[in-house]
Design a protein around this ligand. Structure first.
Ligand code: ARG
Length: 276
């Protein structure tokens, strides 16, 4: 079966900046360089387009500096969009813009339950048939269980115990059914055991590359696009038969994000079993 064209949603960084501090990477004093961010964002978009990805654009909005991180919009499952419930009010203001985009593009927009938090594809990633779900810092385990019941899929919640790796996509990256990257120190012993038991090929990413958000990678078939400056990760990917494409994304690291956070797969991740 020929693979359909991958579709990814991105939002240009016209209004990107560090205007508040909601994770340990963000420092208003340090700030961000918008011109540099713009060049890096375009580098990522061009790398994805070069892989045959159809990149769709969400219009940027003044006053929403983190709207660039489309991974947190919600969860896309077929033609349903489950809109996130952001933990922080500064990001909850993004939801109406995400919802309007999805409604205008043929998706059925659904809300997650009240009084629970869920930060979308930042915290919930399919590896094969199983939805791996990070909780504690941003998303609640109860919200993950609601999603799993709603979609009728198996969900394995893992606690995120290291504040620097506050979304699951900062420390876990499915590459294919049964294959994933992970940063072991982002999880407790139980979480590591869950991953080890359910993902037969688990590729560890050591701290230096994990702190450069090497796990926050975009997977397109057998190609992995990730932040530059992760040489050990690049070698591990190639040893497992993947092509590594490094792109510089340091400006976004200042906000606690990188390649994966800047994207939202609209047609299902390649590693997700339900897609096939
Ligand atoms: N500054 C954003 C926040 O703290 C970064 C989001 C990164 N996104 C991700 N999927 N990890 O919410």
């Amino acid at each position: 079966m020929p693979a359909a064209t991958p579709r990814i949603l991105m939002c240009p960084p016209d209004y990107f900046g560090i205007e508040y501090e909601i994770n340990p990477w963000m420092s208003r004093a340090q700030g961000a360089d918008r011109a540099a961010a713009d060049g890096q964002w375009r580098g990522l978009r061009d790398a994805l387009a070069g892989l045959g990805v159809a990149v769709e654009i969400l219009p940027p909005q003044p006053g929403l500096p983190d709207l660039v991180f489309t991974a947190n919009a919600g969860l896309v499952f077929g033609t349903t969009f489950l809109s996130s419930r952001f933990k922080h009010e500064v990001r909850a203001k993004e939801s109406p813009f995400f919802e309007a985009w999805f409604a205008a593009h043929g998706f059925a927009v659904q809300q997650m339950p009240d009084k629970t938090f869920h930060e979308g594809a930042g915290d919930a990633l399919f590896c094969g048939d199983t939805l791996f779900a990070g909780y504690r810092t941003r998303s609640d385990a109860t919200a993950h269980q609601w999603v799993a019941a709603h979609l009728g899929v198996r969900c394995l919640p893992v606690e995120l115990v290291n504040p620097r790796f506050y979304h699951l996509d900062t420390c876990f990256c499915p590459l294919a059914p049964g294959v994933a990257l992970y940063h072991p120190d982002a999880f407790d012993g139980y979480g590591r055991r869950v991953l080890e038991t359910h993902v037969p090929t688990l590729i560890p990413v050591a701290e230096p590359d994990a702190l450069r958000f090497g796990c926050n990678a975009v997977v397109v078939g057998k190609t992995v696009v990730h932040n530059a400056g992760c040489p050990t990760l690049a070698a591990a990917l190639e040893a497992h038969g993947y092509l590594s494409i490094p792109v510089p994304l340091d400006e976004f690291l200042k906000a606690g994000g990188s390649a994966k956070c800047l994207t939202l797969r609209l047609d299902g991740e390649d590693a997700a079993g339900w897609r096939a």
